[in-house]
Design a protein around this ligand. Structure first.
Ligand code: ATP
Length: 806
């Protein structure tokens, strides 16, 4: 849209940007906002002169409501708000991780000093750390499992006793209220833990995905998060919510790995002075991938699935050796879980429970080729239901951001969900109170049986699902004999559980989505099987098998992971014969779901305004080049820079990387001059200031800081506010040459897709744009790339540019 100055003047309010086509919040001079749906802003330079593009038109920007509402609430009172968190925004609070090899002079010096032997030793130590990660993740999984089992057992036996005695005394409201009371108390504990550490909210998979993508999500790997996550999920699952414990295991594994590999705990202020060479983002990322994989392995008993999960999320940095490391950690994790669980269950050595979830043994599973079209139909259904689920949850999450953002509201919602879940379960039991089956068949499934209103020797089918853990419920649906569940009760259960799961994900508790999705899918899958059996009574169709494919299809439709999910499910079922149908339903479900919207976790990542880089740039055919993407002018330093200049820049700018330029060329006073020498990071500069690594002009640096000095504070580097300098010190100089590293550069002619693939495949944090004379003219970070998206509105595709919120 073209906006002329006269047009802007006509508006009572106008929004004026402080600089160039890029709108960086630090430089935005926000004055007023249009009280309109579309905010139109005029791009101006530093003197507030309108900027013109090549064709003489003004640069304009539209649809910035989100930015305005979050950044300047006061000014925007009454403005039309779209999203409180800003879907059209990238949040500046997410930093990137440093995955680049350190090529600085001091790093080379250290390598030379330590020699080749050191590299070999590191590999051995790495195997050892992987072993520890596997063992610890397995033990965490056991702890979660045992705690959930015991709490659930205590709760159900208590409620069932009350129920049994009240059946004759007609006081059913008592067990009902007891059940609500216990559930609400458990869930309250879970939500208090999450309010204590908000990073433990939800499943944690989006955060792990972001970490593997190269984003440092605040608090994601903290000990506090692990405690809140583990205890939170135990109480959430035991509190009867429609959540699972498998997703949080992936996050827990990642935290365990992040912590163990560093040999220290910043939270506990303990430093064991071991594994110090692993205190870099690059090494830590490898361990975190192994931890996430070990988490998958422990959750599903699927070590290969774990490796594939890590591979699917972080394939750009994988190599053969790392794959081995991760596979090893996954195997150790599932083995540890297996051994300890067998010991707890009283059959030590009988390694038959490799994961938290056990789908049980499938009988009569062979399928005929005539069933393949049915699997495709099921995949299609899973895709549609999954897309519907994602869409509903997206709307609910936006609603929450808007209206449920105070602590008391968050807690109220949690309590409401907990109470509603019990009410719904009770209703389901009463609606199906005459559905009884002989007890002997159920005993084979090792599942509790609840008699309720049934005659002796019989149990109530719905009560048995509702009164067991979600994992047991899934197993029941997979293996109960034909005729156990009536069609309409399955339908009722499916609808109720679908709504509950959709509502539950996102409340302030630690919660996983795998098991609830499986349960929804298993119920409609079984229903589908019953339908087929009714249509073709002469052919024998095992409804349990259809429950499995329904579960796979629903999971695929929600998550949209294909390879890892297929392998996870095959490993969890333990029957390779089912591999092909599982792959078919997952693929069809993904393709169908992708037609409507993104995968569940991708939606949540976008909602959090994370600068997540997909595999490839969406903006393919665009004429966008480095010039239109980069930030300019660049804040840079000379190779020997005055302490006062460094200090002032660090106090005023929030950037984490600064190009270092040759100071001889820079003396021309030309803004663009200065040939590129390297990049120095913010934390390095702060360490130099704190350690007083100064020289006087014309002196040369003799006391180099070592790599250990920079590692000391990893990963919580001190801020510039912690530095105090005297006036004399400010007049001294810093020699940046030994500490800077040679970052990648691109020519200003490079196109966006090319820059994008460099970022993605090399795991870059800063990319320097240079001109033909190797002079620094621009800076590109991941936020500059994540800002450009394709939007499709009313059949028209255009490039949308998001704002960056500090
Ligand atoms: P990271 O988030 O990876 O830690 P950063 O904090 O250095 O990187 P971002 O927050 O990604 O930088 O950048 C915000 C905006 O500032 C981006 O548009 C980026 O191009 C710009 N920018 C980053 N560093 C500089 C710099 N040294 N000079 C000028 N602009 C910069």
């Amino acid at each position: 849209r073209m906006v002329h100055r006269t047009m802007v003047d006509q508006f009572k309010y106008a929004l004026v940007w402080g600089t160039s086509v890029k709108f960086s919040p630090q430089r935005v001079g926000l004055s007023h906002v249009l009280q309109n749906d579309d905010v139109i802003c005029l791009m101006t330079d530093d003197e507030h002169r309108p900027l013109l593009d090549e064709s003489g038109r003004h640069h304009t920007y539209t649809s910035l409501n989100a930015y305005i509402t979050t950044n300047d609430r006061q000014t925007c009172t009454g403005a039309n708000t779209t999203f409180a968190t800003g879907e059209k925004l990238l949040s500046g609070r997410y930093e990137s991780l440093d995955y680049e090899c350190d090529e600085s002079e001091i790093s080379h010096m250290e390598e030379k000093r330590l020699g080749h032997q050191h590299r070999r030793r590191l590999v051995v130590v790495k195997w050892f750390v992987m072993l520890l990660i596997g063992v610890c993740t397995g033990l965490v999984a056991v702890f979660v499992d045992v705690s959930v089992k015991n709490l659930t057992k205590f709760k159900f036996s208590y409620v069932q006793n009350k129920l049994d005695s009240c059946l004759s005394e007609h006081c059913l409201f008592k067990p009902y209220l007891t059940w609500i009371g216990i559930n609400v108390a458990f869930v309250l504990v879970s939500s208090i833990l999450v309010l204590w550490e908000p990073a433990a909210r939800g499943s944690g998979i989006p955060q792990v995905k972001c970490y593997l993508n190269g984003i440092a999500v605040p608090h994601v790997l903290r000990l506090k998060t692990l405690i809140a996550k583990v205890l939170g999920v135990i109480f959430a699952v035991s509190g009867g919510l429609a959540v699972g414990k498998e997703g949080p295991m992936i996050h827990s594994g990642a935290i365990v790995a992040g912590g163990i590999s560093q040999g220290k705990s910043s939270s506990l202020k303990i430093d064991l002075h071991i594994f110090k060479y692993f205190r870099t983002d690059k090494h830590k990322r490898d361990f975190v991938s192994a931890g996430a994989a070990a988490g998958v392995a422990a959750a599903f008993g699927a070590p290969v699935g774990g490796v594939l999960f890590a591979l699917e999320e972080g394939a750009s940095f994988f190599n053969q050796q790392l794959t081995w490391f991760i596979f090893f950690a996954s195997m150790v994790s599932t083995f540890t879980l297996n051994v300890v669980t067998s010991a707890i269950d009283g059959h030590f050595g009988d390694l038959s429970s490799p994961g938290l979830i056990n789908f049980g043994l499938f009988k009569d599973v062979p399928y005929k080729w005539v069933e393949l079209p049915l699997f495709i139909v099921m995949g299609f259904m899973g895709g549609i239901f999954g897309a519907l689920f994602n869409q509903l949850n997206l709307r609910l999450t936006k609603f929450r951001h808007h209206y449920i953002n105070k602590r008391w509201l968050l807690i109220t919602e949690v309590l409401l969900v907990a109470a509603t879940t019990v009410v719904a379960a009770f209703l389901l039991i009463f609606l199906t109170m005459n559905e009884c089956r002989p007890i002997k068949t159920q005993l084979e499934l090792n599942s509790p049986t609840i008699q309720l209103f049934c005659p002796d020797g019989h149990y109530n089918t719905m009560a048995t699902i509702v009164f067991s853990t979600p994992e047991q419920a899934v197993r029941n649906l997979f293996h109960s004999e034909i005729g156990t569940y009536k069609a309409w009760s399955l339908l009722a259960f499916c609808i109720v559980y679908f709504c509950l799961t959709c509502w539950t994900y996102g409340i302030v508790v630690s919660s996983g989505l795998f098991i609830p999705s499986l349960l929804i899918g298993a119920s409609w899958g079984r229903l589908f099987g019953i339908g087929i059996h009714t249509l073709f009574p002469s052919i024998y169709f095992n409804p349990g098998k259809y429950a499995l494919f329904g579960a796979a299809s629903q999971l695929g439709g929600i998550m949209r992971m294909t390879i890892s999910l297929a392998v996870i499910l095959i490993e969890a079922t333990g029957d390779i014969v089912l591999g092909l149908p599982i792959m078919i339903v997952l693929t069809v479900a993904k393709l169908t779901g992708d037609y409507f919207n993104e995968g569940f976790f991708d939606i949540h990542i976008a909602l959090q305004s994370v600068p997540f880089l997909p595999w490839e740039s969406e903006v393919f055919s665009s004429p966008l080049s480095a010039l239109s993407v980069m930030s300019t002018p660049v804040m840079k330093f000379k190779t020997v820079e005055k302490v006062d200049t460094i200090y002032r820049v660090l106090r005023t700018e929030t950037h984490h990387g600064f190009p270092v330029v040759d100071h001889h060329t820079d003396e021309s006073n030309d803004e663009r001059a200065g040939t590129f020498q390297g990049v120095v990071l913010r934390h390095q500069l702060i360490t130099m200031l704190r350690k007083r690594n100064f020289i006087s002009l014309n002196d040369c640096l003799r006391d180099y800081l070592t790599m250990d000095d920079f590692r000391e504070s990893y990963p919580r580097h001190p801020s510039i506010e912690s530095v105090y300098l005297t006036d004399e010190e400010r007049e001294l100089y810093c020699d940046l040459r030994p500490y800077m590293y040679l970052a990648y550069t691109v020519s200003h002619h490079s196109t966006l897709p090319r820059i994008f693939s460099m970022f993605r495949s090399l795991g870059l944090r800063h990319l320097i744009v240079v001109n033909d004379k190797n002079e620094v003219i621009g800076m590109i970070t991941r936020k500059d790339l994540a800002r450009f998206r394709l939007t499709h509105t009313k059949g028209h595709t255009s490039i949308e540019e998001l704002g960056i919120l500090s």
